[in-house]
Design a protein around this ligand. Structure first.
Ligand code: ZN
Length: 310
């Protein structure tokens, strides 16, 4: 029964998309969980609007409660071709012999050997659930009968869970999510600026504390490779070479910058030192970075410092 409802519902929905919007069904899929049709929109139409979708959904449901008869009949190939020529049939399978054509009274004829409910009323109701753009057109997910009731219930439960997590009413979920995304973007921007400031402050402190050494070195815990790269860049900006290691749990990273104007190649030095330790990295002659295990960081910093003349 469930399958016959979804299948007959597919006939109906495809017919209404064609009559209301001139959108042709190019393929369909009836699965255990979802049913979809793929539509090719009429010439010139670029998208399916929400208003159009609801109009089609309403028209399909009207035909459901009008309880139109769904009747299979057998026709000869010639009769079927005449129906195709009159536009009653929208397409015909490529085979000879008698053909089973299902009539949905006043809606369509469809050459189909599938199982159908006896009248549109038994489809029970049709819910258009969502639409997405796919390669071959527009994919419309729908469900019929009890499946539609269950789907609507599940969707509302999901929305309710989201509302609970956000501590807002269901209708306020979209606005709250949009606000959170904006807050997230602003926080990321602020964090980036703070990291930049912190890297500059660390660079100034390191250069001041290691005035005697040719290469400024440091290791920071709980920081990432981006931070290491920023600190060495800032130290280079202050006229010195730098090697900085960072650890974060079991992960590590190192970054190196040559003294501005130096003939040394920081990228080459870093690649050599890291590959000898089974780690990877790269960069330019001025600045380079790579990732390694956290336990390797101290040794790699010392080796890189030597390679850069420290
Ligand atoms: Zn059928």
């Amino acid at each position: 029964m469930d399958h016959a409802q979804q299948h007959t519902g597919q006939h109906l929905l495809s017919a209404v998309f064609l009559s209301e919007l001139g959108a042709k069904t190019v393929s369909f899929h009836l699965g255990a969980d979802s049913a979809t049709i793929d539509l090719a929109l009429r010439e010139g139409a670029e998208r399916l609007s929400e208003v159009e979708l609801r109009r089609v959904e309403t028209a399909a449901n009207r035909l459901i409660y009008e309880d139109r008869a769904v009747r299979p009949g057998w026709f000869s190939r010639e009769e079927a071709e005449a129906m195709l020529a009159r536009g009653e049939l929208y397409k015909l399978p490529e085979r000879s012999g008698r053909m089973r054509v299902v009539e949905m009274a006043g809606v369509e004829f469809n050459a189909c050997g599938g199982t159908h409910v006896r009248s549109t009323g038994a489809i029970g109701g049709l819910l258009v659930r969502r639409v997405e753009k796919v390669k071959q057109g527009w994919r419309v997910e729908f469900c019929c009968g009890l499946r539609a009731v269950r789907a609507a219930g599940q969707d509302f439960a999901t929305l309710g869970q989201a509302a609970g997590v956000l501590s807002v009413g269901a209708v306020d979920v979209p606005a709250r999510v949009a606000a959170l995304i904006e807050e997230g973007k602003a926080a990321a921007k602020e964090r980036k600026a703070l990291v930049e400031e912190l890297a500059q402050a660390e660079a100034v402190a390191l250069v001041g504390a290691e005035a005697e050494r040719a290469v400024v070195t440091a290791v920071f815990a709980g920081k990432d490779v981006e931070f290491a790269k920023r600190v060495v860049a800032k130290v280079a900006g202050l006229g010195r070479a730098a090697v900085v290691g960072v650890t974060s749990g079991a992960d590590g990273a190192v970054a190196a910058a040559r003294r501005p104007g130096s003939a040394l190649d920081a990228g080459k030095a870093l690649r050599e030192v890291l590959s000898a330790a089974g780690a990877r990295g790269g960069g330019s002659a001025e600045i380079a970075q790579g990732v390694c295990r956290g336990e390797q960081v101290e040794a790699l910093v010392a080796q890189l410092s030597q390679a850069l003349g420290g």
